[in-house]
Design a protein around this ligand. Structure first.
Ligand SMILES: Nc1ncnc2c1ncn2[C@@H]1O[C@H](COP(=O)(O)OP(=O)(O)OP(=O)(O)O)[C@@H](O)[C@H]1O
Length: 271
């Protein structure tokens, strides 16, 4: 366990978040969403962000993506200051935000518009490859309304992976899914991550999910959003979300979380 910015030994930093502070003001209130947040993420690392509602997880993710600008501090991706969104850092949200007028294949092809360097034939091959990778090869021509919630998230994952971003930013991507579908997706995301070695930042409310997926779990505290504690999860992969070893880490994180909030909005159990 540790706090503060650090990188797994020996690996170059893919992302460096330096002293990021962010305020939001509306007609009703002024809120400090993030206060002096610093974190380094190694290339190929899987980092989970957890914390009570409103502690700034999504704001931090948006700043890393370049969708929101910090008031002070900065984010470096491969040593270059992030000034705006780019295809090397793609976000996948809780709601899949698929285009309903396109089929699964069309949605993944749409993501590949970010790759004008490819021919249409190459794009088609890549779209097929990623639909197979997420287990939807047979549903290529299924329309969005014909897909289950889990299948939609798989298409969204294929769409995010297809342009080959170096960093994948996932904002509670499995939050709206039932427990069985989630368990299957934990296996899939681990397999895909082990094959592709993308750098992943994954926001979740579920501490067991975080312990299952993360090399490190970053616990944030609210008002204003800060990094409270960082947990290393040195368990071998693939990890079984129901294993007792994993439950041990999850309860450590849950206990720390309880210390910084009343914790009713966090899912401690795997459900
Ligand atoms: N666009 C905005 N305008 C005003 N306030 C905002 C805006 N976005 C976020 N906030 C505020 O900033 C704080 C952090 O919000 P954020 O969504 O990043 O938290 P979170 O940890 O992701 O929450 P949750 O777990 O509920 O999704 C909250 O107090 C929120 O109300």
């Amino acid at each position: 366990m540790s706090t503060g910015p650090e990188v797994a030994a020996g690996a170059p930093a893919k992302l460096v978040i330096e002293n990021v502070t962010k305020w939001f003001s509306s007609t009703r209130a002024v809120v400090q969403a993030l206060d002096n947040v610093s974190l380094s993420v190694a290339e190929g690392e899987f980092v989970c962000l957890v914390g009570p509602s409103g502690c700034g997880k999504s704001t931090l993710l948006d700043i890393i993506a370049g969708l929101t600008k910090p008031d002070s501090g900065r984010v470096l991706a491969d040593g270059t200051v992030v000034q705006g969104p780019g295809r090397q850092r793609l976000v996948m949200f809780q709601e899949s935000a698929l285009f309903p007028w396109l089929d699964a294949f069309g949605n993944v092809m749409f993501g590949l518009k970010l790759r004008p360097d490819l021919t249409n034939r190459e794009r088609k091959k890549i779209a097929e490859y990623y639909l197979d990778l997420v287990g939807l090869g047979k549903f290529k021509h299924a329309h969005v309304h014909e897909l289950s919630g889990g299948m939609k998230q798989r298409v969204a994952l294929a769409r995010a992976l297809a342009p080959d971003p170096q960093v994948l930013l996932m904002d509670e991507p499995f939050g709206a899914l039932d427990a069985m579908t989630r368990d299957q997706l934990y296996d899939d995301i681990q397999r895909i991550w082990m094959e592709s070695r993308k750098t992943i930042i994954f926001v979740t409310h579920n501490v067991r999910e975080a312990a299952c997926l993360g090399d490190r779990v970053v616990l944030m505290s609210p008002s204003p959003g800060r990094i409270a504690e960082i947990f290393e999860i040195p368990l071998p992969r693939p990890r079984d979300i129901n294993s007792p070893e994993l439950a041990g880490y999850a309860s450590q994180i849950a206990a720390a979380l309880k210390g910084i909030s009343n914790g009713p909005d966090m899912e401690v159990a795997s459900e």
